[in-house]
Design a protein around this ligand. Structure first.
Ligand code: ZN
Ligand code: ZN
Ligand code: FE
Length: 762
């Protein structure tokens, strides 16, 4: 009685998310016959039935896919009706074609699984590894492709009869749920004390919650690595965690039981609520309530706090038992990669944790929590890792041949481009230690294995001394060095499907320029293969080189020497009262004699200089601390700007902030509040940026503007700049899905290298 046939091809995140069983159930419901199968690019359905039933079926496909699925494209093709087709079947995976069989990202525990673990009558009551096709681990347990149980770290847990029945039943929520498990057959929790000796807690989660309530620090094995947890309401516990972790001031993330718990700590916008509860479950930077019951040590002097919701059954149970928000910070010492194995955690965290909550399911791929914040009214990814990795970013450009982009030096991620898909790797961190470098290399190898390719087109930063540059040199193939700010701009272009030319505005701390000096306040007329530098900033000296990035007072001093032609009113400025007079005299002399004072054009350095002066802060204890605090100090109610000028005698026009610095010093000497001075500094940058856009416009025709670089994680700067640019009727693009900072660099490198290879430039 079949009257028509459709072949339906669906692309997007449709594998490993319960898609085929859902199609199966929908076909049954609508009385449609045929088959559904996974293939290398997604899911293909052949459906037969009456026209009415088929239309109804397709409507259903579009309307209500499983929670974790994302349909990018659904194509419907008429095919001859199949008179013989009666039932509807799920065809086993075909994997021969290999390429681009995607392993899905990890998914947060679904509502059905949450109900089961809370139900004393359920066989999964309080079971920390409960999952189904709609939720659970994916990327972090996958060892190789195709994504099937034997190729995951669940392979060594044979399913019991009850789990097997669920796994085999197309009408069950756990049909083909690869990590399916229960207390009888699956992974188990154990606990250990600070020395690694087993603790005989009956219920390790209840035991850990007890320890946390008593003010202890517990290392907890999570999804993509270990967390260090403590009671976020206890000043004593948080201060101890900071001391032991050697993380003095950097803000710590806090996990709350649910959205209602988040509302008691922070003032949430609708977009922030959506980000907190999204399938990626990132850390969301939100404005803390003044009366929030949180220890001030969680984020000292910071009006924001990073909140996240539970995303595994273990988290849900732990948060419920603990009855308090918990600090959940990555389980590492400063600068090291997050620990993933029990042995590694016991070794490296033994001086930090009072107890360990462990389990026997291995973490195959390290994957830190992601970070999101709202900028100019929309969620922006600042760290793209767990929840997103390894889902690709689809671009408008072809990666042919496939390319590996090695990323930058700090906040490293890498990227593999194949077809039109850009696969960004997980957050690796700062490549300052051998351990991080090893993590980088193994992470690259793992993703190459998943994609079953080993690219021979290798993109890397132009900086000759970056670890990633040496790594690129160690690879066979064609290497393409991409200038840092060109990569930032190209990353924004890739995200927005812009082929160029664009007017790229890249503001960050530092990046190696084509002239060998440090850039970071750049106006680039760019397409994917190259750029022309249209304007930049007047540089500031870094007395002592990299030392000045930490000891920001040195940058402030160099900027003042420049602004006051060697006669700055140092004795009247609070900042310098705290500097040893001999050291001050010495550094002044190095500046005057230009002994070791490399010049830098990074806008981030101006944040350091103004911040050091305005807040009387000598040093950043973590990367970008003073710049961040200067941003947070601003009172958005003050909308005045300082004067600045443009030096047109240079090869490119240079924005000169010396007049602004002198005006800020006047304000400081007049005892104006730093919140006003900071606001004026932000406004000045926005004004100067917009007026430079107007000045270089004749060279850039009607090219759209992209704002990129780490400085545009600063919401106030981004918003002020947008305000100033929008009346000028240019289209302006900000990053949303890819970090504006160096975490987004690899994507830009990948598209640039691909474009150069395409045009035969390499
Ligand atoms: Zn579930
Ligand atoms: Zn079982
Ligand atoms: Fe950068």
């Amino acid at each position: 009685m079949s009257e028509a046939g459709f072949r339906i091809e669906i692309r997007g995140t449709v594998q490993g998310v319960g898609f085929r069983p859902w199609v199966y159930r929908l076909a049954h419901e609508k009385g449609v016959a045929g088959r559904v199968s996974n293939d290398s690019r997604g899911v293909t359905i052949e459906a037969f039935g009456s026209n009415e039933a088929l239309e109804d079926f397709v409507r259903g496909l579009r309307a209500s896919p499983p929670p974790a699925a994302r349909i990018r494209a659904l194509e419907c093709l008429e095919i001859p009706p199949d008179g013989g087709a009666s039932g509807f079947v799920i065809v086993e995976s075909r994997t021969a074609e290999g390429l681009q069989v995607s392993i899905p990202p990890d998914l947060p525990t679904c509502a059905d699984c949450r109900r089961e673990i809370a139900d004393p009558a359920d066989r999964r009551y309080r079971y920390a590894f409960t999952n189904c096709t709609n939720c659970g681990p994916r990327f972090t347990i996958a060892l190789s492709v195709p994504y099937d149980r034997p190729a995951t770290t669940m392979g060594r847990f044979p399913m019991c009869a009850a789990c097997h029945r669920e796994y085999d039943d197309p009408l069950d929520r756990r049909f083909h749920a690869q990590p399916n498990a229960c207390p009888a057959c699956g992974p188990r929790l154990t606990a250990a004390d600070a020395a690694g000796e087993p603790l005989d807690w009956d219920d390790p989660i209840a035991g850990a919650a007890r320890a946390l309530r008593a003010g202890m620090i517990v290392a907890i094995k999570g999804l993509g690595g270990f967390h260090l947890a403590c009671d976020a309401t206890s000043s004593d516990a948080v201060a101890r965690l900071r001391r032991r972790k050697r993380r003095e001031e950097k803000p710590l993330a806090v996990m709350v039981a649910d959205l209602a718990g988040a509302e008691t700590l922070a003032l949430l916008t609708p977009g922030e609520r959506e980000a907190l509860t999204s399938a990626e479950r990132p850390i969301v930077l939100v404005r803390r309530r003044p009366d929030a019951a949180l220890a001030p040590e969680v984020a000292p002097g910071n009006p924001f706090v990073g909140l996240l919701l539970p995303y595994t059954p273990l988290h849900h149970l732990l948060l419920a038992d603990a009855g308090a928000p918990l600090v959940m910070t990555s389980g590492n010492l400063s600068d090291e990669p997050i620990a993933t194995t029990n042995a590694e955690a016991l070794e490296k965290l033994s001086g930090v944790a009072d107890a360990f909550l462990l389990h026997d399911r291995d973490i195959a791929s390290r994957c830190d929590d992601s970070v999101v914040r709202e900028i100019a009214g929309a969620a922006t990814v600042l760290r793209r890792s767990r929840g997103w990795t390894p889902a690709p970013i689809e671009t408008a450009f072809e990666f042919a041949p496939p390319v590996l982009a090695c990323g930058g030096h700090l906040k490293n991620t890498f990227c593999i481009g194949v077809g039109r898909s850009a696969y960004l790797g997980p957050h690796i961190g700062d490549l300052e230690t051998l351990d991080t470098l090893a993590a980088f290399e193994s992470s690259v190898a793992r993703l190459e294995e998943f994609l079953e390719i080993r690219p021979t087109l290798i993109a890397h930063d132009l900086h000759p001394l970056y670890a990633t540059t040496s790594y690129a040199r160690s690879r066979d193939g064609v290497r393409i060095a991409v200038q840092h700010h060109h990569a930032h701009v190209a990353s924004a272009m890739a995200e927005h499907g812009l082929a160029g030319p664009v007017l790229g505005i890249a503001y960050d701390g530092t990046g190696y320029g084509t002239d060998g000096t440090s850039w970071g306040g750049e106006f680039l007329l760019a397409d994917l293969t190259g750029f022309q530098r249209l304007a930049t900033f007047r540089p500031v000296g870094l007395p002592g080189g990299d030392l000045a990035v930490r000891q920001v007072w040195r940058v402030a001093l160099a900027a003042l020497e420049d602004a006051y032609a060697g006669a700055p009113p140092l004795e009247r400025l609070g900042l310098f009262a705290s500097i040893d007079p001999r050291e001050l005299a010495l550094v002044r002399r190095t500046i005057r004699e230009r002994v070791y004072v490399p010049l830098a054009r990074g806008v981030g350095r101006w944040f350091d200089a103004f911040g050091a002066l305005g807040l009387a802060r000598r040093e950043s204890r973590y990367e970008g601390q003073v710049a961040l605090e200067w941003n947070l100090a601003a009172d958005p109610g003050d909308t005045r700007a300082y004067p600045w000028s443009v030096d047109r005698s240079r090869p490119q026009p240079e924005i000169d902030l010396r007049p602004a610095l002198r005006a800020a010093v006047e304000d400081l000497l007049a005892r104006r509040d730093p919140s006003a001075i900071s606001a004026r500094f932000h406004k000045t940058l926005a004004e100067a940026t917009a007026s430079m856009v107007a000045e270089v416009r004749p060279h850039a025709a009607d090219a759209p503007v992209v704002l990129t670089g780490g400085c545009f994680q600063n919401a106030l700067l981004a918003e002020r700049t947008l305000e100033r640019l929008s009346p000028r009727k240019v289209s302006v693009h900000l990053h949303r899905r890819v970090p504006p900072g160096d975490g987004g660099l690899a994507l830009g490198q990948a598209v640039v290298a691909a474009a150069i290879a395409r045009t035969g430039g390499a």
